[in-house]
Ligand binder design. Structure first.
Ligand code: NAD
Length: 256
């Protein structure tokens, strides 16, 4: 028996990186996975890959920051599968720049996806979890909500907001048997990081060296490191864990 046998798990941003690896892992653990992404092709390829190999997956295109689309996504999952046991609010975008460099449009874009997206998807799914009187919501925060890193003003603000929102939501939802936790990863090798290395450093190799240096492992994390943490928070084994920010960062924050 897998750890998520029979559970219906909605994962946003599951067309790439951490979300994709988590979708594959959850399916292997017996979940019915809904791969949600703004990139329809990526979502469909991910779901098809899972369905052809290890498990049960369907794809849905959604912009998590769009109110109507978020409600329609939650409704379609409940119409097809009858419930939503796990919502992994994983979709997110990077934002590189200090307070001067960050233009207001970038700031708004990052906050829209990373904060409004978590808020709206949760708002759409929570009524179903409240009615079930069970559920686990996992929000993608970041180690950057805990420690300062240069030139991440918009991104750090968004991930700090996600961590604070997680705690507040948990207080409201505890009476309904719904748990809300956040993941705080350090630097994990995904297409997201490849993009921001190019944006942040004239020489991406130099950027990679400085990231390695700030982690006790001297290595970047892998998507599976975060997926395993998400799996733990998704299962009932973590039933006493609420309103937490689980740090998965190779010692970057704790070892400072
Ligand atoms: N990679 C890291 O080092 C790292 C560290 C800490 C936190 N995180 C967080 O983990 C999450 C996943 O990151 P990743 O590295 O796997 O990124 P990624 O870029 O590989 O994947 C992100 C996915 O989200 C999707 N997406 C973007 N905007 C969307 C929207 N509006 N609606 C729906 N889907 C949307 C993208 O299409 C993409 O498939 C993000 O929230 C990120 O901030 C990543």
């Amino acid at each position: 028996m897998g750890h998520l046998e029979g559970k219906v798990c909605l994962i946003t941003g599951a067309g790439s990186g951490i979300g994709l690896t988590t979708a594959q892992l959850f399916a292997r653990e017996g979940a019915q996975v809904i791969v949600a992404d703004i990139d329809r092709t990526a979502a469909e390829q991910a779901a098809a890959g899972i369905a052809a190999t290890t498990g049960l997956a369907t794809a849905v295109q959604v912009d998590v920051a769009d109110a109507e689309q978020s409600v329609a996504t939650a409704a379609s999952v409940v119409a097809e599968f009858g419930r939503i046991d796990v919502l992994f609010n994983n979709a997110g975008i990077p934002g590189v720049g200090d307070v001067i460099e960050t233009d207001p449009e970038l700031f708004d874009r990052v906050m829209r996806v990373n904060v409004r997206g978590v808020f709206l998807m949760s708002r759409a799914v929570v009524p179903h979890m409240m009615a079930q009187r069970s559920g686990s919501i996992i929000n993608a925060s970041s180690a950057l909500a805990i420690v300062g890193v240069a030139r991440r003003v918009s991104y750090a603000a968004s991930k700090g907001a996600v961590l604070a929102m997680t705690k507040s939501m948990q207080v409201d939802l505890a009476p309904y048997g719904v748990r809300v936790n956040a993941l705080c990863p350090g630097t994990v090798m995904t297409p997201f990081v490849e993009r921001y290395l190019k944006q942040s450093y004239a020489d991406p190799e130099e950027g990679m060296a400085s990231i390695r240096k700030r982690q006790l492992t001297r290595e970047l994390g892998q998507p599976m490191d975060v997926a395993q943490a998400a799996l733990f928070l998704a299962t009932d084994e973590s039933r006493f864990i609420m309103a937490s920010g689980l740090v998965i960062d190779g010692g970057m924050t704790g070892g400072r």
